[in-house]
Each structure stands twice: as C-alpha cells, then as structure tokens.
Design a protein around this ligand. Sequence first.
Ligand SMILES: C[S@@+](CC[C@H](N)C(=O)[O-])C[C@H]1O[C@@H](n2cnc3c(N)ncnc32)[C@H](O)[C@@H]1O
Length: 269
Amino acid sequence: MPGVTDPTVEPGDNPERPGELDPASFPSNVELWESHAQWWIDGFTAGADPEYVEQILPLAAAELAGARRVLDVGCGDGQISRLVKGLDESATVVGIDPTWNQVSVAAQRGGATGFVRAFADELPFPDASFDAVVACLVFEHIDEVDQAIAEVARVLEPGGRFCFFLNHPLLQTPDSGWIDDQMIEPPEQYWRIGPYLVEAETIEEVELDVHIRFIHRPLSRYVNALAANGLLIERMEEPAPPPGFLALAPEYTEAATVPRLLYLRTIKH
Ligand SMILES: C[S@@+](CC[C@H](N)C(=O)[O-])C[C@H]1O[C@@H](n2cnc3c(N)ncnc32)[C@H](O)[C@@H]1O
C-alpha cells in the first residue's frame, strides 16, 4: 500500500527480499562506479590482486596472443589493454568504459593505443573493426545485456574472438555463501547456493560503504544471447581459485571446488 512502510525493513533494504539492499534506493550502475572507481583501482589493478596476477591476466595473455586489433570493453583503469599491448607493441588496442573516473585513470596510465568513454551497448566503432574483443568482469554490471552482446558481435570481424570473463554466475547467485552450521550434531560446513535460475539485480556492499550493482543471470542466458549473435563457444574454463587468493581468504579453502571465475572464448561466425 503506498505510503505504508514495513517497520521491520531498514532504509535501503529490499522490501521483496528482506536482508538484501534495495537497488531502487541506490544511484545508477555508472554513478556507483564513479563513486567507487578508486576502490577498484587501488585493490584490483597494478598487481594489487592475486586473482588478477595469478589467474586472470595469464589467461587473458594466452587467449589474446596474436590479436592485431583489440577492443577492451569496460576497461576500467586499462590493465587488460596494457597487458595486450605489451604482447605486441604493433597491435592496436583500444579500451572503452562509461565511468569517467576509470577511463581518465586509464588514459593517464597509458600503455595502449587509446581509451574512450563509451557504453558497451553503444560501441563507437564501425562494423568488423576488431579481430578480438575482451570483456573482463563487466557484463554482470550491464542491464542491456542483449544489446551489448549484439554490439560485440557487430564490431568483430568474421572469425574474430570474444574473450569473455565473468564472476562465475553460480558463485555470484544472490543468497549464496559459506554456511557454518553449529546447530546440528556434528556441526557442518557447506556452500549454500541461492536461487540460481532467477535473474536478479542486487546491490552488494563489497567493502564497508562500497556498494556495487550486480545483475545475476544463469549461464544459459549468456550462452543463448551469444549464440543468437553468431558468437559460438570454442573454449570454456572454470578455474579453481588460485593459491594467492586462498592464502588471503583461508575460510574459502573449504569451498574451493566452487569456481569463482568463468571464462568463455567465442568465435564470430
Ligand atoms: C570490475 S571492473 C573491471 C574493469 C576491467 N575490465 C578490469 O578487468 O580491470 C567493471 C568495469 O565495468 C565498467 N562498466 C559498468 N557498466 C558498464 C557498461 N554499461 N558498459 C561498459 N562498461 C561498464 C565499470 O565502469 C568498471 O570499470
């Protein structure tokens, strides 16, 4: 009923899912990224994050080797763009990101052909401009997923590759997490998986006062959108969390068989 509030729901809480934050009471996705760009840059780039150092960057380097014209969608501070340019100085490597506080740091740090402020669902490039597109931990923040995947397919030349990294949708399912159940005898620890099949927008407080918007989608949602745009899967990886991450988060060791990362290599047909 309009005007009537549930006294058990805290401001910012999601009235439909008590205990979760209400996305409607937060700024937009890009406004949140503008506010928290420095959190990402300080904590996850330039060697600060063991998952990037030990797992994501080596996989990206192997998957993008030999590419000549590369687009990095949602490039952040440009760490993947710099990596790819470092593989072959003569390659053209361009990064785009809609968050000014990310793309301006990318431009300052340099190391690629150029950085442009743009959204994934409206790429400012002609058809078939690139032989490789990479998107690393970006599409789980994008509302317009079908349009963004269609844009990736449009700017890729036939035979070109799309290197697609996601936080694994299984791990990212809202309401999932490590349960330490001391109420049963003997006590049991297990990984609880929330409603995986339900698409859901959530706000996660990833660190004190750092709120980021995530859109959970089951894997089939991505695979079918890719296929509908002629992007067919050639390789899929679900690597176990790397030792450097487990050293920092030892409580996760018990759940190390639940993958944190998903990687798909798709080829444009
Ligand atoms: C988790 S960071 C990843 C940055 C970079 N790909 C990396 O691996 O270091 C997610 C990035 O997605 C960008 N982003 C959010 N919404 C986007 C959109 N609609 N189109 C393109 N990028 C977007 C954010 O600005 C942010 O820089």
